[in-house]
Design a protein around this ligand. Structure first.
Ligand code: ADP
Length: 863
């Protein structure tokens, strides 16, 4: 049966959790990467702004350098303003943008000369800086300083462009005397921005500005708003005074970057780098933050991937659930089919057992009633084959019962001695037959009695023993039984069966316990077996919480062993015990079959198999009881109505009306009449729950089928009135001898003196004097006729008929105890088989004369 596992309903949620975990990881990972990427991009952008700053600084230094060259020329050459201008014009030809001026700051009009002519009057090179703020600053400068300074943009008085001014003081020869003058170089501020380049498309939206120490723009990118950067920052970010102050300091103190809001409220990155040569100038780079990092977390992608995984999961789980259902259904069907098969096999085996037991029973009757040795030979073969078939069927029945889960443990109290003795009796003939030794190593501390499923324990050990003998050709089998760990109630029973047989190949070990598998096919092909024994053993042990273990060496031998927990029923130690020596004392009982007669008693046996009835009837004949039979519930009711029975055996499984129904009907209708009559149920063997059901249903006791007559007789002895039963213990050897003597006494004296007859043997064969005399009579009547036929057979050379008739003479002679005749007939039979005419002719006359002589003596005595 396929059961739904509790985790199955969780699997969907587990999947959801896994998917969420994957998505969370993707988000976490990509945002971390995104952060790292952003930092990287920020650094790159800042580095680029630093590079722009380097370009700017280089340019400023370059311009300062030119100013110095000019100033040095003027100072060194003591040049007049005109000479200076000529020189400047000459050297600045490469610098077409911008102009140079020499002006006199001490003159309040701040006039001087320019390197470029006035646009409106090409002959005029004079300049006037009256009113320019530039000179407010410059006046304060030390004109003696040889350092070239640069100041922020002012409009060039010559062309009106926003410009930078580089300046330093020079001594000029003015009308023969030295006069302090200012050398100015004015360049459009665009000369700086022209040098700025922002590579790659990525920086398309980037802008660069140049600010002075107060944050005022000198070069202003279009995204930079307000008149000063600090104002811009205040307008769109923070008006906090300290924050603005800190920002100002940060910008001027070194290169770096920060994120702020731009005029559109977007995040933007500002990178900054102070310009080296100026006091407080700085380059600012601006770029919208989203341009910087195009690989930002793509939420759509994350969502799509997550959704795809979820859909995939739902589809997968759906498909899995669908196929699981299919599989579960198929497994259920298979399970059902398997169970039906097991049930079928179990029922079939049961059904087969019934006719086989009937056959064996019939055969038993033949064996008892026939004196013909040919027939007895056939009957012996039937018995052998029937028992073997019954064994196989029992194995299959056991196996299918285990398969169908219908095997149950039935605990009883049993004596260890009985168990061991039974096992010994079971195996010793087989072992002796193969010339194998059996050694029993019984632990003297083994408790005397146990409570457990004796039958199964016996079946397990006997299976191992049978295998050990089956698969061993030389040497022997050792059985070790000992008590293991013990407490007051329980003990471990350790059993090991070791043989010196064919052993098992290591590679075949794992097939050992699988049903229907037989190993080493080449060697075991000729050994009878179904391959079920060991799987039954393992499953029975499993039912009892134990396990079969094997150690085996190929070609050397095997050891099968297990440890079983059993309840102790009597803790007295068994002491020294060996079934081989104990057999004669304790084992005697096994050869006794309790026989009894109960004349005057009458029993009814109800079973729907007529053959069973016939067998039971036949076997019970010697009890001298009146045995009635009924083949159905209805017939049983009729018989009960018309007769008084002392005991009733009622089959449980019958068509139309089963045993329980029949019981209820007779109890209802004839309650008073059968009140004291024991009614025994005949039930299918040990099927789970049947026993309890029978006793509950009101049966006095139960017997398992197939019926064993000895058990049936024991049941009769138990329930029939004691004074009606005459017990005869047959088999104690002395009693038997006594019985035989009594029978001998009944024979005519003359017969006893007839040397040619062994009357003891004859009585043994025929049972009692009456039957023996009857057998002798029959024998005597056929002597003449048989003698003639045999002689005629030989004469006509019909060896086949000759042998057959001599054989018959041989068996009948043995049955009446005519040993010599038997021996001669046996020899002649052999010669007949060989068609040895010479020997036959030589020996037949003597046989015939002996035969006739016996015939005549018998005729005389019996008449
Ligand atoms: P079966 O004897 O009816 O074939 P079992 O289930 O009892 O079936 O045993 C299965 C197989 O295991 C046997 O066919 C045989 O090959 C192997 N086997 C069992 N017992 C022994 C043993 N004592 N020695 C060697 N081989 C064994």
């Amino acid at each position: 049966m396929i059961e739904k596992k509790p985790w199955m309903s969780w699997i969907f949620f587990v999947n959801i959790v896994i998917v969420l975990a994957i998505v969370a990881f993707v988000v976490f990972y990509s945002s971390r990467e995104h952060e790292a990427g952003l930092t990287e991009e920020r650094n790159q952008f800042t580095n680029m702004i630093i590079a722009m700053e380097r370009i700017t600084t280089n340019y400023l230094e370059h311009e300062q350098h030119i100013c110095n060259i000019w100033a040095n020329f003027i100072n060194d050459k003591d040049a007049t303003p005109e000479e200076a201008m000529d020189y400047i014009r000459l050297t600045q030809s490469g610098y077409d943008e911008g102009s140079a001026h020499i002006i006199f700051p001490d003159d309040l009009t701040i006039i001087g000369l320019s390197s470029e002519a006035d646009v409106g009057n090409p002959a005029n090179f004079g300049v006037s800086y009256r009113g320019y703020d530039l000179f407010k600053e410059i006046r304060n400068q030390d004109l003696a300083s040889s350092e070239v300074r640069v100041t922020r943009a002012f409009t060039n008085p010559k062309n009106g462009a926003t410009s930078l001014a580089f300046y330093r003081g020079v001594d000029i020869n003015y009308q023969g005397a030295k006069r302090k003058a200012l050398l100015l170089r004015i360049v459009p501020i665009s000369k700086i921005s022209q040098r700025w380049v922002l590579p790659t498309e990525k920086y398309e939206d980037a802008e660069i500005s140049l600010i002075d120490g107060k944050g005022n723009y000198m070069i202003k990118g279009s995204s930079f708003k307000n008149s000063s950067f600090l104002e811009f920052y205040k307008s769109y970010n923070s008006t906090d005074y300290t924050a603005v102050n800190e920002l100002e300091q940060e910008i001027m103190s070194g290169a770096g970057s920060f994120i702020m809001n731009d005029a559109q409220g977007r995040k933007c990155l500002i990178a900054h780098s102070p310009v080296d040569t100026s006091n407080g100038w700085a380059i600012l780079g601006y770029i919208p933050a989203d341009r910087l990092y195009t690989d930002s977390i793509d939420w759509t992608l994350v969502l799509v991937v997550a959704a795809a995984i979820v859909i995939l999961m739902i589809i997968d789980v759906g498909v899995l659930i669908f196929y699981n259902k299919e599989l579960a259904n198929t497994a259920l069907e298979a399970d059902y089919a398997n169970k039906s098969k097991s049930d079928f096999v179990s029922n079939m085996s049961h059904e087969i057992r019934t006719p086989i037991t009937a056959i064996l029973g019939m055969n038993e009757l033949i064996r008892r009633e026939s004196v013909n040795e040919i027939v007895l030979g056939y009957a012996a073969n039937i018995q052998k084959a029937g028992e073997s078939l019954l064994g196989i069927i029992s194995d299959i029945l056991d196996f299918s019962k285990i398969e169908a889960g219908r095997m149950e443990i039935i605990p009883v109290t049993f004596a260890s001695e009985d168990l061991i003795r039974d096992l010994h009796n079971l195996i010793r003939f087989r072992a002796e037959g193969k010339g194998l030794s059996i050694e029993w190593k019984i632990d003297p501390d083994l408790p005397k009695k146990f409570t457990g499923d004796e039958l199964k324990v016996k079946q397990i050990i006997s299976n191992l023993l049978t295998n050990a003998v089956k698969y061993t050709e030389e040497g022997g089998v050792t059985v070790e039984i000992r008590a293991g760990e013990k407490n007051d109630k329980l003990t471990d029973l350790y059993v090991a069966v070791t043989d010196t047989g064919i052993g098992i190949k290591p590679e075949e070990m794992d097939k050992l316990f699988s049903a229907f598998d037989r190993l080493d096919a080449k060697r075991t092909r000729t050994i009878e077996g179904t391959g079920l024994g060991l799987s039954i053993v393992t499953r029975m042990l499993d039912l009892m919480g134990s396990k079969l273990e094997v150690e085996s060496t190929y070609d050397v031998g095997s050891k099968f062993f297990f440890t079983l927990k059993l309840e102790i029923a009597d803790p007295t130690p068994i002491g020294q015990y060996d079934p081989e020596t104990a057999e004669n004392t304790a084992g005697g009982g096994d050869y006794k079959s309790t026989a009894f007669t109960a004349p005057g008693m009458s029993v009814l046996i109800v079973d729907d198999t007529p053959m069973n009835l016939q067998v039971i009837e036949g076997l019970l004949r010697r009890t001298q009881m009146k045995v009635d039979t009924a083949a159905s519930g209805a017939e049983c009711i009729e018989k009960v109505a018309d007769n008084d029975y002392n005991m009733i055996f009622l089959d449980y499984r019958m068509p139309y009306m089963n045993g329980i129904e029949t019981l209820h009907r007779i109890r209802e209708d004839y309650g008073e009449k059968i009140r004291h009559v024991p009614i025994i149920s005949l039930t299918a063997s040990a099927v789970s729950g049947d026993r309890e059901r029978m006793l509950e249903a009101g049966f006095t006791d139960y017997l398992t089928k197939p019926i064993n007559v000895a058990e049936m007789e024991a049941m009769m002895i138990k329930y029939l009135p004691a004074d009606a039963v005459n017990l005869q213990e047959r088999a104690g050897k002395e009693e038997e001898a006594e019985h035989r003597n009594e029978e001998v006494d009944k024979l005519p004296e003359a017969l006893k003196n007839l040397g040619i007859l062994d009357i003891q043997a004859g009585l043994d064969y025929c049972g009692d004097a009456e039957d023996y005399l009857y057998a002798l009579e029959t024998y005597e009547k056929s002597v003449d006729e048989k003698a003639d036929i045999i002689s005629a057979n030989l004469e006509s050379g019909d060896f086949e008929s000759f042998t057959l008739n001599v054989h018959s003479l041989k068996s009948t002679s043995l049955a009446i105890g005519a040993r010599e005749l038997f021996q001669r007939a046996k020899d002649l039979e052999a010669a007949g088989k060989e068609e040895d005419a010479e020997v036959c002719r030589r020996d037949l006359p003597e046989l015939i004369s002996l035969y006739k002589e016996l015939g005549e003596s018998l005729k005389r005595i019996l008449d």
